[in-house]
Design a protein around this ligand. Sequence first.
Ligand SMILES: *Cc1c(COP(=O)(O)O)cnc(C)c1O
Length: 368
Amino acid sequence: MKPIPFMPLGAITARRAEELKAAAARVIDSGRYINGPEVAAFERELAAKCGVKYAVGVSNGLDALRLIFRAYIAMGLLHEGDEVIVPANTYIASVLAVTDSHLRPVFVEPDPSTMNLNLSLLPQALTPRTRAIMVVHLYGTPCWGSELERIAAERGLLIVEDNAQAIGALYGDRPCGSLGNAAGNSFYPTKNLGAIGDAGAVTTDDEQLAVTVRAIANYGSDRRYHNIYRGFNCRLDEMQAALLRVNMRYLDEENSIRRANAAFYADAISNPLLELPASPAGATPVWHQYVVRCAQRDRLRQYLADHDIATDVLYPTPPHLQPCYNEYAHLSLPIAERLSREVMSLPVSSALTAEQAGYIARTINDFR
Ligand SMILES: *Cc1c(COP(=O)(O)O)cnc(C)c1O
């Protein structure tokens, strides 16, 4: 068998190449490259997909999250120094979005079986300065629950979703990206819905937040040459919007193939040295990553590499141990640290064939 790549993006994109090229040509010929009809149409289509009233296309996922916090500060709902709860095992971008606005991240440990924020630890993490909770639907698994809704309602906390990895996932019948007050979405090329470059979006039912994000992302202007905020340029462009509209037509299919691949692994992998991912009750994940845990992760990865199976590790270092956050290095977050040593992602994209998946499962089952 040929070597199995982790995520053969070029091969997946190639299936849609003609449609993508037609969309690109349409933009080139239109003479409209910024703030035109493609972005407007993409925003409408994304809002419908996520079940929200508003979607604002932006430059990337980090900017989507960062703009949400900037907008809440502009709206007077957050203030510098306020505490925002974040999962301790998230991607660095979740935390960068918090500290960008001089908000204080409060790291909370994940549940080791779902690898999402452990909601039962929320009460002890709250302080009088807590103003928001950032839930991250890590690896495509919804992070939500009635206790989260109750605490947020009782304490008047904002809930911001990092929905970079979970577009199309459901909690009950509610789509991720519509669960909290606002969500940051990423269309980085390897995400389940990817652009041909960088792109992102904010989704929300809150009109004032949507309007504020849109203004801050466009130099802080509410109308041309009139600046009410000291903003940025974080716009989505027409080219990426047009390409995303093509890829969005394939999202449901991509997600359902990922679900079938995950179901196959859950059934076929039986090696007791590995722990398979658990989905919480009521959650329909989209398997952005299929993450197994193994105490001998590095040896398993090498063994799979020796058998021509590519894997990845998200993430080898938790944010509080990154050099840029050395003020948090003293924190004791043993579960996040253990996960960073034990997690490993298997190929799960729509490019994976049944033959490859079977070979991966058999090879893993033979690992001693
Ligand atoms: C990808 C990602 C981001 C950042 O998105 P970009 O578009 O790469 O800026 C943020 N959070 C999580 C969990 C991600 O996976």
